[in-house]
Design a protein around this ligand. Structure first.
Ligand code: GRF
Length: 193
């Protein structure tokens, strides 16, 4: 049987994308498995699921390190020890530094809740509402050294309604995120990305 792709998911908080990525991996048709979780916050809600599902975790507090390269070096060692093929950032709230980028060049994906290149960075849904766009959505892209600037792989569009608040829009986008991200990861391992 063909070896399944070995995925690490990076989270910082609630981890709903992590759940959908993991659930997809449980299907027989999935060609990847979630082997590791990296998290920069010991109290992140998403870690509870990692524990429940018996997934190896590397949890760190950035304040314990003098610089980014030091915790990224530990993360890289953790990932290399587990033969990770691909990293999916899923609500990971840190800019990826050189240490991680160099070791996993072209092998780091992110999902962002806007139609990039519009509204990169924090509070993308609020940015979209403030601007008054009629459509927004989410984008899966490769990670480079910029903020949400890497090559776009896939996008999903959602309608923005007049009376939407940030939560309404975030929920509508999140539904699409949960569907598209596992698909892109699967396609990556089918060499369709
Ligand atoms: C998602 O909206 C994702 O697009 C963004 O951060 C949020 C993470 O949500 N990068 P969750 O932790 O996966 O629930």
């Amino acid at each position: 049987m063909k070896r399944k792709g070995r995925l690490a998911v990076f989270i910082s908080g609630r981890g709903s994308n992590f759940i959908s990525i993991y659930r997809h991996a449980q299907k027989e048709s999935s060609n990847y498995e979630v082997v590791a979780v990296v998290c920069d916050s010991p109290n992140a809600k998403g870690l509870e699921n990692a524990k429940l599902w018996g997934i190896d975790t590397f949890v760190f507090n950035p304040l314990d390190y003098k610089k980014k390269s030091l915790y990224e070096k530990e993360a890289v060692d953790f990932l290399l020890n587990r033969q990770i093929d691909l990293i999916a950032l899923a609500g990971y709230m840190r800019i990826v530094g050189k240490t991680l980028l160099k070791s996993f060049e072209g092998k780091i994906l992110n999902i962002h809740p806007s139609l990039l290149p519009a509204f990169p960075g924090l509070n993308a849904q609020k940015q979209a509402l403030d601007y008054g766009v009629k459509y927004s959505g989410c984008t899966v892209h490769f990670v480079d050294s910029g903020i949400d600037t890497g090559k776009i792989i896939e996008q999903r569009v959602v309608k923005v309604y007049k009376d939407d608040n940030e939560d309404d829009l975030a929920d509508r986008i999140l539904k699409e995120e949960h569907d598209v991200y596992p698909q892109v990861i699967n396609n990556y391992f089918n060499k369709k990305v």
